[in-house]
Design a protein around this ligand. Structure first.
Ligand code: NAP
Length: 504
C-alpha cells in the first residue's frame, strides 16, 4: 500500500489484452484517466491495446471517450456530473496505439514485440512494460506462455510485470495448475493477481483502523468478540453475464477472492512492516488456519422472480443465456472457523447474493455482551448488542452501535450509534478502485495483490463445498425470491448457533 502523496509512476508502456472489452472501458481506462488527473502518471507513457476485433486506434480511443462521457451522465456512476477534461483525455488518447491480433497466435506477439520496440522511439518508457490481462480467464495461461516465447517477459533494462484478472482458477486443482504454468516463465515478483476489492479505500482502511489505533486491537480477539458477519449483497441480477455466471456461480465468483480478502483483512495478525510479503504472509496464515468448510456449514440459493426496489424482476432461470433448469447458485452463505489463538471459537459467517434487497457490503463485528449484574433489576432485555460495522459500499464508513441510557428517571437502555462517513470527513475524488492497484503495480508494490500460496490456500478452504455441490444437485431451486435476503436455510445456519443475520 502506497503513500498517497507519492510521486508519479516511472515511464512505462502498458499493454492491455482485451482492449475492446467491458473491463477495459468501464474500469481500466477510467482508472488511467483518474491517475492522470491526480498527477500520478509520468511525462512519458504508452498504452497499447490488443484485441481480435478490427478497429483503428482513433476508433478505439473515441469509443472509450464516448463511454466515459456516458458515465458522467449516468446516475450513481463514479463520474456522475464530472465532465471529462479534454486536455487530460488528449494525453491519454495521445498515448494509445492498437494492435488487431488473436491471443492464441504467435504472430500477434511477434508483432507486439516489434511494436513495443517502435514505441520506445516516440515514447521512451525505459523498458518498463506492464501487461494487463483484461481477457477471459481461459486465455491467461496461453497469453503468459506466448509472452515468454516472444521474449517479452525478460527483466533486463526496465521491468516486466503482468496483471492477471480474476477468476484465478475455478477450483484448487486449476488454480495450482495455472500457478505452475505461469511460474515456468514468470517470477512471482512479476505476477500481480488482482482482486479489485482491495483497491477500495475502505478495505485498505481496515488495516489503518486496526493497527494505527491503540484502542481497537486489545478488543480484537476471542475474549471480546462473539462472532463476525461479512455480507456482500447485490441488488442487481446477472445482467448480460449469463454465460459467465452459468459457468461460475456465486461461490466461485465471490467467496475465495472478495469475501476472503475482507475476512483476511479483519482476521490477520499485525504484520511486522508494510512490506508486501510481510502483509501477504499474514493473510495467508489466516487461510491456512481456516478449517476447510464442511458442506453442512454452507448454504446455497438461487433467486426466483420477485420485487427489487418496488420493481418486478424475473427469476435467474428466466435470465438471458441461463438454462431453464439451471442449478447454479446465486447466493451462498457459510460458517467458517479460524483455528488460531486469536479466533478459536469465534465463528465467521459469510454471505453473498444477487437480487438481494439492496447493494451493501459490510463487515459486522459483534462484541460479547457486558455482564448483566449491574442491570439485574432493570429491563435487561432492552440491552442491545454492541456492533462495529465496517461499511465498504455504498456509504463507506464505520459505525459503532452501543448501549446508552435513555433520558428519564428510570434506568432504561437504548441502542445508539456513532458514525464515521468517509464522504463527510475526506474530500474524495471519484475513483473506480483500480487506480491504486494499477499505480501500485507500476511502482512495484505487490501488497494489494494475491500471492500464489494465498490463492491456493483460499481455494483449499472451499474445495469440500465445491465437491459436495457438484456431486449433489439442489432440488429446491429457486429457493429465495428476488428482493429477499436469501433462502430460509441461511437463517437456519445462524439460528442453530443461537444467532441471526443483520438485516440487509
Ligand atoms: N467486466 C467486469 O466488470 C470484470 C470485473 C472483474 C473481473 N473481470 C475479468 O476481466 C476479464 C475481462 O472481462 P471483460 O468483461 O472485459 O471481457 P470481455 O468484455 O469479453 O472482453 C474481452 C475482449 O477480448 C476479446 N477477445 C476474445 N477472444 C479473443 C482472442 N482470442 N484474441 C483477441 N481478443 C479476443 C473480446 O472480443 P469479443 O467480444 O469479440 O469476444 C473482447 O473484446 C475477465 O477475466 C473477467 O473475468 C471483469
Amino acid at each position: 500500500m502506497t503513500d498517497r502523496k507519492a510521486r508519479p509512476a516511472p515511464p512505462f508502456a502498458m499493454v492491455i489484452f482485451g482492449a475492446g472489452g467491458d473491463l477495459t472501458k468501464r474500469l481500466v481506462v477510467p482508472a488511467l484517466y483518474n491517475l492522470e488527473r491526480n498527477g500520478m502518471l509520468p511525462e512519458k507513457f504508452a498504452i497499447v491495446g490488443v484485441d481480435h476485433n478490427a478497429r483503428s486506434v482513433a476508433d478505439w480511443s473515441a469509443g472509450l471517450r464516448d463511454f466515459m462521457d456516458q458515465m458522467t451522465q449516468a446516475k450513481g456512476s463514479e463520474f456522475e456530473d464530472r465532465r471529462v477534461d479534454d486536455s487530460l483525455w488528449r494525453r491519454i488518447a495521445g498515448s494509445m496505439s492498437y494492435i488487431q491480433g488473436d491471443f492464441t497466435r504467435g504472430e500477434t506477439f511477434a508483432r507486439l514485440a516489434d511494436h513495443l520496440k517502435a514505441r520506445a522511439k516516440d515514447t521512451p518508457y525505459g523498458g518498463n512494460v506492464l501487461f494487463y490481462l483484461a481477457a477471459a480467464d481461459r486465455f491467461f495461461g496461453e497469453i503468459v506462455d506466448r509472452l515468454g516465447e516472444a521474449n517479452l517477459l525478460h527483466d533486463g533494462d526496465g521491468w516486466r510485470r503482468v496483471i492477471i484478472e480474476k477468476p484465478f482458477g475455478h477450483d484448487l486443482a486449476s488454480a495450482k495448475a495455472l500457478n505452475a504454468r505461469i511460474a515456468r516463465v514468470l517470477k512471482e515478483d512479476q505476477t500481480y493477481r488482482i482482486d479489485h476489492f482491495l483497491g477500495k479505500e475502505t478495505v485498505q482502511n481496515i488495516m489503518a483502523l486496526r493497527f494505527a489505533n491503540g484502542f481497537f486491537e486489545p478488543l480484537w480477539n476471542r475474549d471480546r468478540i462473539d462472532h463476525v458477519q461479512i455480507t456482500v449483497a447485490e441488488s442487481i441480477g446477472i445482467a448480460k453475464r449469463g454465460k459467465f455466471y452459468e459457468a461460475t456461480g456465486a461461490l466461485r465468483d465471490m467467496v475465495p477472492n472478495h469475501l476472503f480478502q475482507l475476512l483476511a483483512m479483519t482476521a490477520m495478525e499485525p504484520p511486522v512492516s508494510f512490506n508486501a510479503n510481510a502483509i501477504r504472509g499474514k493473510k495467508t496464515d489466516v487461510f491456512c488456519a481456516m478449517h476447510p468448510v464442511r458442506p453442512g456449514d454452507a448454504v446455497r440459493g438461487q433467486y426466483g422472480e420477485g420485487l427489487v426496489g418496488g420493481e418486478k424482476v424475473k427469476g435467474y432461470r428466466e435470465e438471458q443465456f441461463v438454462a431453464p433448469d439451471s442449478t447454479v447458485e446465486t447466493f451462498v452463505a457459510m460458517r467458517l472457523h479460524i483455528d488460531n489463538w486469536r479466533w478459536a471459537g469465534v465463528p465467521f459467517y459469510l454471505r453473498t447474493g444477487k437480487r438481494m434487497p439492496k447493494r451493501s457490503t459490510e463487515i459486522a463485528i459483534r462484541f460479547k455482551n457486558a455482564p448483566y449484574a449491574l442491570f439485574r433489576d432493570t429491563p435487561v432485555d432492552m440491552m442491545h448488542a454492541d456492533w462495529m460495522i465496517l461499511q465498504i459500499q455504498p456509504d463507506e464508513g464505520i459505525r459503532l452501535r452501543f448501549n446508552a441510557k435513555r433520558p428519564g428517571q428510570t434506568v432504561a437502555l437504548d441502542g445508539v450509534a456513532m458514525d464515521f462517513r468517509y464522504a463527510d470527513w475526506f474530500k474524495q475524488a471519484p475513483s473506480v478502485g483500480y487506480e491504486t492497484l494499477i499505480y501500485d503495480c507500476l511502482i512495484g508494490d505487490a501488497t494489494l495483490f494475491q500471492r500464489a500460496d494465498q490463492v491456493e490456500a483460499a481455494w483449499a478452504v472451499v474445495q469440500p463445498v465445491l465437491d459436495a455441490w457438484a456431486a449433489e444437485k439442489p432440488r429446491n431451486f429457486p429457493n429465495y425470491a428476488a428482493g429477499s435476503a436469501g433462502p430460509d436455510e441461511a437463517n437456519a445456519l445462524l439460528a442453530r448457533d443461537g444467532r441471526s443475520w443483520r438485516p440487509v
